[in-house]
Write a protein that binds this ligand. Structure first.
Ligand code: UGA
Length: 429
């Protein structure tokens, strides 16, 4: 099939490469000249395991190409995905101007039937506006369909998620749109759920908000565990064995970050309010998430006495492992607060150092865990990269000024660290 994807960001690029891998002819469009020209030179703007290989392979096979020209891409494709960003406005509402502009450009370029598919995460009722925008901007008599096909990829495992999804959701208004999308996904063995467009849009916001709720729930339980002397890891295990609950997304820590969960939670609260419902439950999810970061700072402070002039080694900056994405990473608030309190910060992250250099000022960027730990008063874990789980504790102990570890992701065994002579503080245990 001939597919155009407008927006070569995270979702667009991964989906484009994967649709090409499935045997389609894909053209990815972006209005960022620099990004497109580096993609043409096979320079990939983000780190995502497996993505570079997939892009290179499919470009060489002639299945994947890049352009800044929306009209050219629309004319040469039957299915056009909209995968541009929907960043948060100051009030938390999703900014949909990018979607409107793209819908207008697609409409103006259409010369025969096109299926226009929303892939960006959008509030319910956006489909109606996309349809209206295309209707008023296209040439008379040209048929089209609009559909919603929300994306459930996780950063760090996006390629695997694309080829092995739990479900594929398609929101459609016509049999033709349904059959085009079914054919496009025919190479993937997964349940396809067909709904109306509004329900598909809602599935995405409701899913991400529910995942955020699960995380905040276990984080709130972690507080009770600390107060009562229980172990949140055991509690999560026991809860998770109930198939109705499930163990995933019950990892207590410093709270959720990234460009999806916080933004989608805000956007969902916002659209609910607009529709007349005050989603207090989700307001509480946000509040618990903020408290979790504050509490982490309190833990550091209560073990260092004064933070001022202390050196703190930070392991991990990206919002989660296996990505270099720093957007809404908990590390940003935590490091900024520690600096405000007068701490000196030494950091290491396996992939996010380049992006982090543009965000943090007055921070020492280190080559590895051990260089970060050298002469530090305390070591804190913010991102659970697997390489941090295999560190040489004896070496670490010699390098640190004091053997103090405050772990925001519960990656170490408290008994083991105690035996090795560390003071080890973690979350909810
Ligand atoms: C999330 C969803 O998981 C995807 O299904 C969705 O497609 C994506 O948003 C999106 O809307 O594009 P992602 O943001 O890549 O994916 O990352 P997650 O794996 O969901 O993690 C989000 C945050 O929650 C991270 O900061 C992570 O550290 C935190 N988290 C996750 C926890 O604190 N505890 C957990 O148990 C799980």
């Amino acid at each position: 099939m001939k597919v155009a994807i407008v927006g070569a960001g995270y979702v667009g690029l991964v989906s484009g490469a994967c649709f090409a891998e499935l045997g389609n002819n894909v053209i990815c469009v972006d209005n960022d000249d620099k990004k497109v020209s580096s993609l043409k030179r096979l320079k990939i703007p983000i780190y995502e395991p497996g993505l570079e290989e997939l892009i290179k392979k499919n470009v060489r096979l002639g299945k994947l190409s890049f352009t800044t020209n929306v009209a050219q891409a629309v004319r040469s494709s039957t299915v056009v995905f909209i995968a541009v960003g929907t960043p948060p406005k100051e009030n938390g509402e999703a900014d949909l101007t990018g979607i409107e502009n793209v819908a207008r450009s697609i409409a103006r370029a259409m010369n025969s039937y096109r299926l226009i598919v929303e892939k960006s995460t959008v509030p319910v009722e956006t489909g109606q506006w996309v349809k209206h925008t295309i209707e008023i901007n296209k040439k008379k008599g040209i048929p089209f369909d609009v559909a919603s096909n929300p994306e459930f990829l996780r950063e760090g495992s996006a390629i695997g998620d694309f080829f092995n999804p739990d479900r594929i959701v398609i929101g459609v208004e016509s049999e033709k749109a349904e059959s085009v999308l079914r054919e496009l996904y025919s190479g993937i063995d997964a349940k396809i759920l067909v709904t109306d467009i509004k329900s598909a849009e809602l599935i995405k916001h409701a899913s991400n908000s529910f995942l955020a709720l699960k995380i905040s729930f276990i984080n709130a339980v972690s507080k009770i565990c600390e107060m009562a002397g229980a172990d949140v890891e055991r509690v999560a295990e026991g809860m998770g064995l109930d198939r109705r609950i499930g163990r995933s997304f019950l990892n207590a820590g410093i709270g959720f970050g990234g460009f999806c969960l916080p933004k989608d939670l805000d956007a969902f609260i916002n659209i609910s309010k607009k529709l007349g419902y005050s989603f207090e439950l989700l307001e509480a999810v946000k509040k618990v998430n903020d408290l979790q970061k504050e509490d982490f700072i309190r833990k550091i402070e209560s073990n260092l006495w004064n933070i001022k002039d202390k050196t703190i080694a930070v392991l991990g900056l990206a919002f989660k492992p296996d990505t270099d994405d720093m957007r809404f990473a908990p590390s940003i608030d935590i490091i900024n607060t520690l600096q405000k309190h007068g701490a000196k910060i030494r950091v290491f992250d396996p992939k996010a150092m380049g992006r982090a250099r543009k965000i943090f000022k007055g921070v020492t960027f280190c080559r590895d865990v051990y260089e970060a730990a050298r002469s530090s008063d305390c070591l804190i874990v913010i991102t659970e990269w697997s390489e941090f789980k295999q560190i040489d504790f004896k070496k670490l102990k010699k390098l640190l000024k004091h053997p103090l570890i405050v772990d925001g992701r519960n990656i170490y065994d408290p008994q083991k660290l105690k035996r090795l002579g560390f003071k080890y503080i973690s979350i909810g245990r």
